[in-house]
Write a protein that binds this ligand. Structure first.
Ligand code: C2E
Ligand code: CA
Ligand code: CA
Ligand code: CA
Length: 423
């Protein structure tokens, strides 16, 4: 059993699945497999150094257990992913109703240790024998269906369909196209201003990758970055992005524009490659872009992949004089311990909290706490996804240092950004 949640673990699942498939073959009924993944795993640290996330996962496990039948097997697959095995099913409708009940119950906020937790879950479903011959196939296809539920807007369930395998095929094709995209000049960087709230001026920008596909038109980084990460292409593409951003920054300085910092997003694979510090240092040297104007943004979930190495690399990168930001802050397992040990310069509050801050008291509390946390560690706080004047006013009241979002400007090509700087 899983030591954290007390649920069954993967190896138990495979045993139970094999037994269920055997029985179904004999008696002619169906077996159902539900793959569940939490969508908005908003973790607020309990303030005492151990992740509040563990307690939330335990509460989720208890909830799942309470919502299923006695002879169902509930499994924690690791992280915030769970599987439910229903060994004896006669109507697929029954399972779809159960999935809907699970989705609805997730969407209800619940209290854990006196805190209101709001998260949603996405579910993918497969049935034996229709959607796979073996346990592994059923699990893989349910996972595929779960991703479809997630990309359909989260908090939903999807039953596996063979078209979903076709989509996997499209991903493979996209990977092949992406391989040649940089050399073919299809990639470019857009720049989005960061505004200092006290001075009301642009003090920096974030460089965001853009891909103009010759056949399919613009493809969002939300769609191609995960493919680049899965295929290892993120290394050459990420190199191209950093190099291009630094060259652009140097060109702006040479053109006599006011100096602004440039933030570049870095994926885990780039941070944990052989010598990330030599790569960054080499790029700065080649391009002549000042180190103190470069900022790298990394998400908590990327750092979590290897905390000790990340801490070490961060220290060396800071030694170069560059700035480091924790991106999408509030969406992962951040603990105070983390913040103390990571040598970072700013926290970037995830746009989902900014988005909900005026309507959801929970989101407002997270934004307020994140800003206070940043300041107590001597870090600067930046809010992303700032779309309205009301957001700006509220963030100024909360003493947030910088804002970034459509209110100021969408990400724009380099020449347009230069115009914004001179305005
Ligand atoms: P991110 O780092 O969280 O970047 C912020 C995203 O929010 C950008 O999406 C930006 O266009 C969008 N955004 C900015 N202001 C607003 C706003 O007011 N409202 C809303 N709704 N959205 C806003 P974009 O450009 O689609 O990029 C998506 C993600 O792709 C980025 O999220 C980042 O994780 C990744 N990405 C982009 N460029 C790179 C890159 O060079 N390397 C890596 N590793 N990842 C990148
Ligand atoms: Ca998740
Ligand atoms: Ca970012
Ligand atoms: Ca972000």
């Amino acid at each position: 059993h899983d030591s954290l949640t007390g649920l069954a673990n993967r190896s138990l699942l495979h045993q139970e699945l094999a037994a269920a498939i055997g029985a179904a073959e004999r008696d002619g009924h169906l077996v159902a497999l539900l793959d569940i993944d939490l969508d908005r795993f908003k973790i607020v640290n309990d303030g005492f150094g151990h992740p509040f996330g563990d307690v939330v996962l335990q509460a989720v496990a208890r909830r799942l257990r309470a919502l299923v039948c006695l002879d169902d097997t509930v499994v924690r697959m690791g992280g915030d992913e769970f599987v439910i095995l229903t060994p004896r099913v006669s109507r697929t409708d029954d399972i779809e109703e159960m999935a809907q009940r699970l989705v609805d119950s997730f969407a209800e906020p619940f209290m854990v240790e006196g805190r209101r937790v709001h998260l949603t879950g996405s579910i993918g479903i497969t049935f034996y024998p229709r959607d796979g011959d073996t346990g592994t196939e059923l699990i893989d296809n349910a996972d595929m269906a779960m991703y479809h539920a997630k990309s359909a807007g989260r908090s939903a369930f999807r039953v596996f369909a063979p078209e979903m395998a076709e989509e996997a095929q499209r991903r493979t094709e996209m990977e092949i196209d992406l391989r040649g995209a940089a050399q073919a000049g299809q990639l470019w960087l857009a720049f989005q201003p960061k505004v200092d709230l006290d001075r009301d001026t642009i003090t920096g920008c974030e460089a965001l990758l853009r891909w103009d596909h010759p056949k399919h038109g613009p493809i969002s980084p939300v769609d191609f970055i995960p493919i680049a990460e899965d295929s290892g292409l993120i290394l050459p593409i990420g190199e191209w992005a950093l190099e291009t951003a630094c060259r652009q920054g140097r060109a702006w300085l040479d053109a006599g524009l006011p100096p602004v910092s440039i933030a570049v997003n870095i994926s885990a694979a780039q941070l944990f490659q052989r010598d990330p510090v030599a790569w960054v240092a080499g790029t700065l040297e080649r391009t002549g872009f000042p180190a103190d104007l470069l900022e790298l943004e990394l998400t908590e979930s990327q750092l979590a992949q290897d905390v000790e190495t990340a801490i070490d690399v961060f220290r060396q990168l800071r030694g170069l004089g560059i700035r480091l930001a924790i991106d999408d802050f509030g969406t992962g397992y951040s603990s105070l311990e983390y913040l103390r040990r990571f040598d970072v310069t700013s926290l970037k509050i995830d746009r989902s909290f900014v988005d909900g801050m005026l309507a959801e008291p929970g989101d407002a509390a997270i934004v307020r706490a994140a800003i206070a946390l940043a300041h107590s560690f001597g870090l600067s706080a930046i809010a992303e996804g700032v779309e309205t004047e009301a957001h700006r006013r509220c963030l100024r009241e909360l003493r947030c240092d910088q804002i970034q979002g459509y209110l100021v400007s969408r990400p724009v090509p380099a020449d347009e950004f230069a115009t914004l700087l001179l305005r």
